[in-house]
Design a protein around this ligand. Structure first.
Ligand SMILES: [Zn+2]
Length: 203
């Protein structure tokens, strides 16, 4: 159990395992897939608190080993200050964790999904050039991959459905990626979100 402080200042105890093995702790697979990662309820005021703490997640049957860092660490990761040993991969923030687990649960390839997102970002940015967009895989429905686009307008979420044929095209493109993208998608943090950051912050 770990202790967290509710906004009412009471302490709330929440179970945070040191290591979550999704093969043997299947309840966590359901929790994360449904978008509920670490949640506790304050016994005093009844508030639900959802702290974002670092997690280690393994899914041996899928050859997955993730270090999940809080959103606060994003800039440190982009600057290469959080190192992990291969094959451990970094995921930043619970929305990205939930996305990754859903991609794997649906039998999809995370790298191909990132390639699809690259096109979605490019398209969305021509429509709303000033917005800070975040694209996340959401689900597989009726032969379509559904992505959510956050940040289009205040409080609004865009929904984009792309057919499996687009996914298959992205899988084929993996073989012909340019060097920069190939390195990015085989590094310790495999997200095309870093590309916008690099362009914004290049000296
Ligand atoms: Zn409270």
């Amino acid at each position: 159990m770990s202790s967290f402080t509710c906004p009412c200042e009471m302490s709330v105890e929440i179970d945070v395992p040191d290591l979550i093995d999704l093969d043997t702790m299947s309840v966590w697979l359901d929790r994360i897939s449904s978008g509920d990662v670490i949640t506790g309820k304050c016994g005093s005021c009844g508030s639900v608190i959802q702290p974002e703490v670092a997690l280690r997640i393994k899914w041996p049957s899928k050859q997955v080993d993730l270090l999940v860092l809080p959103e606060l660490e994003r800039i440190s990761v982009y600057r290469g200050k959080c190192k992990v040993e291969n094959p451990t991969e970094i995921v930043i923030g619970y929305p990205e964790l939930i996305e990754r687990i859903r991609i794997l649960r649906d039998g999809l390839d995370p790298q191909a999904c990132e390639i699809m997102k690259l096109y979605i970002y490019a398209q969305a940015e021509t429509q709303v050039p000033e917005a800070q967009l975040v694209v996340l895989y959401h689900a597989l429905h009726d032969g379509h991959l559904e992505f959510r686009i956050l940040g289009m307008k205040a409080g609004q979420t865009g929904i984009l459905r792309l057919p499996l044929s687009s996914y298959e095209r992205a899988q084929k493109q993996k073989k012909n990626l340019d060097k920069r993208l190939k390195e990015l998608l085989s590094g310790s943090y495999r997200s095309v979100r870093t590309i916008g950051f690099m362009e914004d912050y290049q000296d």
